[in-house]
Design a protein around this ligand. Structure first.
Ligand SMILES: NC(=O)C1=CN([C@@H]2O[C@H](COP(=O)(O)OP(=O)(O)OC[C@H]3O[C@@H](n4cnc5c(N)ncnc54)[C@H](O)[C@@H]3O)[C@@H](O)[C@H]2O)C=CC1
Ligand SMILES: O=C(CO)COP(=O)(O)O
Length: 334
């Protein structure tokens, strides 16, 4: 019998990952808040708002009733915005199956607590961390649904859980590697969104590839610095969850964070861009939470700090360039 999986969240990545699971042989029930979206997925097998033109597999159904979505599943995949996860889980209290495996697809750090998404799942859902995994890496939804080959990482404190989740989502075009460094994988995924905002700003300001490569590389340095302080393995940041996702997100016009940054660099305000795009650019919220987390452990993250100043305090992107270039010179490795 094919494994049954619930995917909670009907946005771009929740829908794209559902197609990966279906192609890997799973029967998928998606949950979404809006009945017009779940009705469309169930009855017409499309999700026109998030992935226009994509026919969805008959193995994917959808409901706006979470109890119906999770009934009898072996895995629950979470693909809601990072900042709403806690409230969503609290609303589902008593409904989520205790014995299932939980998979986070989210790339953000919670505002106010500095928690990673797997921590929020374990804490609010009262789920044993050994049953929780994160899937992360260079996985732009629109390329995954074209079946462009891509690799990913499934990280869990439990090797067995990581293997099981990798088995559930492995297809000829989606190649999951397993990992036990959950901290490093989640920090890599969340922080690259902030770095992509900075790279996008540089592009919007008309700067070239030297500038963008410098931001990506120094962004990786500060991500690694924070990760190591929080117990991550530095080598994780050279992998798919680090360099891999940084390259994809910082260089691709398909990235919402990158595009958001370009518009900031071109002079639009955060409110104007949010009104225009209506999709999650996780780095906007996470800039502040990652900065607070870094400050709490006395780690210097100048790029994240400057991005937070633009998106939360209204600093001009051009001032960011000056601020970063006029910092006291230092050794590259410290
Ligand atoms: N789109 C992509 O290519 C990838 C996205 N991700 C991550 O996946 C996570 C989800 O992103 P996407 O699906 O792309 O976002 P999206 O913006 O495409 O969709 C977000 C979904 O969440 C729903 N939503 C909004 N507010 C909500 C709330 N308060 N409660 C419940 N649902 C709510 C929306 O209606 C929508 O269905 C993010 O953390 C993102 O960083 C990770 C890898 C790839
Ligand atoms: O995480 C992603 C690719 O790996 C998607 O990035 P965006 O959220 O910026 O579109």
């Amino acid at each position: 019998m094919s494994p049954r999986v619930a995917v909670l969240g009907t946005g771009s990545w929740g829908t794209a990952f559902s197609t990966v699971l279906a192609d890997a042989g799973c029967t998928v029930t998606m949950w979404g808040r809006r009945t017009e979206v779940t009705d469309e997925i169930r009855e017409r097998h499309t999700n026109a708002q998030y992935l226009p033109g994509l026919p969805l597999s008959a193995a994917i159904s959808a409901t706006s009733d979470v109890a119906e979505a999770v009934a009898g599943v072996e895995a629950v995949v979470l693909a809601v915005p990072s900042q709403s996860l806690r409230a969503n889980l609290a609303g589902w209290a008593g409904t989520l199956p205790r014995e299932a495996t939980y998979v986070s697809l989210m790339k953000g750090i919670e505002r106010g607590t500095g928690r990673r998404m797997t921590e929020v799942i374990s804490e609010v859902g009262a789920i044993d961390p050994a049953r929780v995994a994160v899937v992360t890496g260079p996985n732009l939804a629109k390329e995954i649904v074209r079946h462009d080959p891509a690799a990913s990482v499934v990280a869990s404190a439990s090797r067995e859980t990581a293997e099981r989740v990798a088995h559930l989502c492995a297809t000829p075009y989606f190649r999951p590697y397993t990992e036990t460094d959950v901290v490093g994988c989640e920090l890599g995924g969340a922080t690259k969104n902030v770095v992509a905002l900075a790279v996008g700003m540089a592009e919007g300001l008309g700067l070239g590839d030297n500038s963008k490569a410098s931001i990506i590389t120094r962004g990786l340095a500060e991500t690694t610095r924070l990760g190591v302080r929080l117990g991550a393995d530095p080598l994780t940041f050279s992998g798919l969850a680090g360099v891999g996702d940084l390259i994809a997100t910082c260089m691709s016009p398909l990235s919402r964070n990158h595009s958001f940054g370009v518009k900031l660099g071109q002079g639009l305000s955060v409110d104007e861009i949010v009104a225009e795009t209506r999709q999650v650019a996780e780095g906007v919220e996470s800039a502040e939470s990652i900065l607070a987390l870094a400050r709490s452990v006395a780690v210097d993250m100048p790029i994240v700090e400057q991005v937070a100043a633009v998106v939360h305090d209204g600093r001009e992107p051009q001032e960011v360039v000056t601020a970063l270039m006029s910092r006291a010179r230092k050794s590259e490795r410290r």
